[in-house]
Design a protein around this ligand. Structure first.
Ligand SMILES: O=C[C@H](O)[C@H](O)[C@H](O)COP(=O)(O)O
Length: 225
């Protein structure tokens, strides 16, 4: 196991301290969350009663394999705690997410959660967001036009591809990865991009995090908003 993966595993374990029997959990997406689902699998087997709302088909599949009970918004109206990873976080707890392509569902789940916990290793910490290209989910129809509008905001959008085909999100949309470089005003940029007609959602998660758990060299640091 690499050093990084060890940190992901350690921080995933630390997140368990926020989980109690009876809770509805938001289950994020990504490699750090894989470790968290493994932890949860063990706890459920030992008798923990929780239910989760997955933020992607990938997480849904894994949770089902692990025997983690799942639910959805037809059965619950709120989530007690959401636990998710991030591609970047800044000192104000603003995030870039969507590297794994599931930003829309992640945002809906984070919005519905009473407490939002982000679990990361220290490679995700930045002074200013933007080193990681910002994922923007767009409607496939006319994506080229949407890309040209995005370009006018100072980035060079790249259509995300898998096996030389456009990557299709769980919602049937495309993702444009937009390298802005340093983002001076994440909230303003998010609001501006959201106004473009072809944009479904951006990977900027503004004021959507309560606690960051960050592992570095095997030690977990907790930061509270
Ligand atoms: O779409 C993916 C999610 O936003 C992930 O939480 C994010 O990409 C971080 O993933 P990882 O834990 O694999 O670095």
């Amino acid at each position: 196991m690499t050093h990084n993966n060890r940190d992901k595993q350690i921080v995933a374990h630390a997140a368990l301290s926020y989980v109690q029997s009876g809770m509805t959990l938001g289950l994020g997406t990504g490699s750090t969350i894989h470790y968290f689902l493994e932890e949860l699998k063990r706890c459920v087997r030992e008798g923990l009663h929780i239910q989760g709302i997955p933020t992607s088909k990938e997480t849904e599949k894994l949770a089902e394999e692990y025997g983690i009970p799942l639910t959805d918004f037809s059965e619950v109206t709120k989530i007690d705690v959401s636990i998710d990873g991030a591609d970047e976080f800044d000192p104000d707890f603003q995030l870039i997410k969507g590297g794994g392509g599931s930003l829309v569902r992640e945002k809906i789940v984070a919005e519905a959660a009473d407490k939002r916990i982000v679990i990361v290793d220290n490679t995700k910490r930045v002074d200013k967001l933007g080193r990681f290209p910002l994922p923007v989910e767009v409607v496939p129809f006319g994506w080229q036009k949407t890309a040209s509008y995005l370009e006018s905001f100072g980035c060079a959008p790249v259509l995300r591809k898998v096996n030389q085909q456009p990557f299709v999100s769980d919602n049937g949309n495309y993702i444009l990865d937009c390298a802005f470089g340093s983002i001076e005003h994440p909230k303003i940029l998010h609001e501006q991009l959201k106004q473009l007609v072809g944009v479904v959602e951006t990977g900027l998660f503004i004021n959507m995090t309560d606690i960051v758990l960050m592992a570095k060299n095997g030690v977990v640091e907790r930061q509270i908003k």
